[in-house]
Design a protein around this ligand. Structure first.
Ligand SMILES: [Zn+2]
Ligand SMILES: [Zn+2]
Length: 308
């Protein structure tokens, strides 16, 4: 009985690690650069994300930045508008990056890291997936069997495989208008979904995130609990996170005017425009320090808010 309790607890701990690794590490960190931290903290989250079957950091970030650029348009990587196979599993079972995605152009900041370059395998989509999904997430766990035993390794695998479903669910549920509510008038179909807000580590406040992608905080109303934001605040208090972008008072003030908010929050880039262009939030300052290697219109959505 005690052993079972221990294994269940381990499953929960690992699931939360994978969840926070994606929400904080891959998403708010690498994809949006909404905070800065030292490399050890970053790698801790990257490892959790890879073991959660999320693939190479550059691959994930390239796709996610494209998602913001083409949200719910034909070139969106995983919009529910394109049918089940497309949004659920079809988009990552591809042999190559689609023509409109170029990791070198969209993620030059991540190519500076030799570990991320290695994990990306020179942009070879299939090789990178074999390395991360099978080589690290499966064989890596198997290598731990002599140390921790097969039960622990199996629980780890189950936690990773189970977690793998969560971002897929989030990708489509949070882009189906009838399944949530919209606080901000973004130009996509993103909605806030309360149960994903609570159980997906704050990532379910997705309409808020599409409105303020540069902020490290997705929950903005009192009932919108955002576990990832709370963790980031804790890490900042401990000195493990340095810059941390909150939503600005002006952005928060839009809450009061949202019923009249007809103006799109995100200035969408025309899909026919340069593939290297990433949507830029109106009025938001860009953090040139992390993105200085990018052409001005390639810079990642980073934030604005006053650091806490
Ligand atoms: Zn989205
Ligand atoms: Zn995002």
């Amino acid at each position: 009985m005690l052993e079972l309790l221990g294994l269940v607890s381990l499953f929960v701990i690992l699931f939360v690690w994978h969840g926070m690794s994606v929400a904080v590490g891959y998403h708010r960190g690498l994809s949006h650069r909404s905070f800065t931290c030292n490399k050890l903290v970053e790698y801790f989250f990257v490892l959790g994300a890879i073991l959660g079957f999320q693939g190479s950091p550059i691959w994930w970030t390239t796709i996610h930045r494209s998602h913001h650029k083409f949200s719910d348009q034909p070139l969106d990587s995983h919009s529910p508008k394109h049918g089940f196979r497309f949004w659920d599993y079809g988009w990552f079972l591809k042999p190559n990056y689609p023509a409109h995605m170029d990791p070198h152009t969209q993620c030059p900041d991540l190519f500076k890291d030799p570990i991320y370059r290695f994990l990306e395998q020179d942009g070879d989509w299939v090789r990178a997936q074999w390395l991360t999904f099978f080589g690290i997430a499966v064989l890596g766990r198997a290598a731990l069997i002599p140390i921790f035993g097969w039960k622990v390794a199996l629980v780890g695998l189950l936690a990773g495989v189970t977690f793998f479903q969560l971002p897929l669910i989030l990708n489509y549920v949070c882009h189906i208008p009838k399944l949530g509510y919209r606080t901000y008038a973004t130009t996509d179909d993103s909605v806030n979904v309360w149960w994903l807000g609570l159980f997906a580590f704050g990532e379910g406040w997705h309409n808020n995130h599409h409105a303020f992608p540069a902020a490290a905080r997705a929950g903005v109303q009192p009932h919108e609990f955002d576990l990832s934001w709370e963790l980031l605040r804790l890490l900042k208090a401990c000195g493990l996170v340095q810059r941390l972008n909150d939503v600005t008072p002006a952005q928060l003030a839009r809450l009061d005017n949202r019923q009249n908010a007809e103006t799109p929050v995100v200035e969408k880039v025309n899909a026919a425009a340069s593939i290297s262009t990433i949507a830029i939030v109106k009025g938001d300052a860009l953090h040139a320090e992390e993105n200085s290697s990018m052409p001005e219109n390639d810079r990642v959505l980073t934030g604005t808010g006053s650091p806490r």
